[in-house]
Design a binder for this molecule. Sequence first.
Ligand code: CTP
Ligand code: MG
Length: 238
Amino acid sequence: SPTVAVIVVAAGSGSRLGHAEPKAFVLLHMRPLLDHALDSIFGMNETVQIIVVAPGDRVADARAIAAHAAARYAAPELALSVVAGGRTRQGSVDHGLSALLPSIDVVLVHDAARALTPAALCDKVVAAVRATGHGIIPGLPVVDTIKRVADSGAILGTVDRSELSAVQTPQGFPRAMLVAARTWAAANGRFEALTDDAALVADAGHPVTVIAGHPLAFKITTPEDLERADLLLHAAAP
Ligand code: CTP
Ligand code: MG
């Protein structure tokens, strides 16, 4: 049985993308974004449990997409499940965690919206969690100059860019560390303040390390991001 699980959170509405459909079902080169996102996971060297977290009223559709994606890979023993999401991303992660197999000791949490993420990045996160026992998140150096700005528009200061990292997913953790951190956050009323999984785990006092991310792991948030993904796929397969 697999020792690694990937929770693919795909239950968001995609309000900033602005389509009628939830974001995971928006088409990119005639395939739903969720279908692309599953390539990142089925393409891993590691055999993993896959848990897709889908909008509550679209679980059956997500199951069909996942079955279709699985059929492209010769991965017969893969555990694949689809569960309904929550109101917030954290709620969706919780629903995903409830489906973990007993054999799992490393958990990756991945945004379906990062639909072009290379499978190799997912394998790298698993390897780094195993090597360090830490939480591991991919990140890229920030290339823009970043200012702190007041509501008035006045510049308050320039942030030291060398200290900054734009973080991505998949974020990987030893299972026990992630579960303990979430229990701690719930008990201490920290859930609302902490948006990503790494912040939760670090807040609970556990080590989290950044490794090199990948440009293709960018998140499709706006129509411009979807356009960029479209152009990148055209470049890859004209
Ligand atoms: N997500 C989720 N459950 C939620 C909210 C978000 O599973 N209740 C997932 C999204 O499906 C997405 C990932 O978390 O894959 C990152 O969130 P984001 O890019 O913000 O997606 P949405 O919340 O769908 O988009 P928006 O914020 O524009 O509405
Ligand atoms: Mg959101």
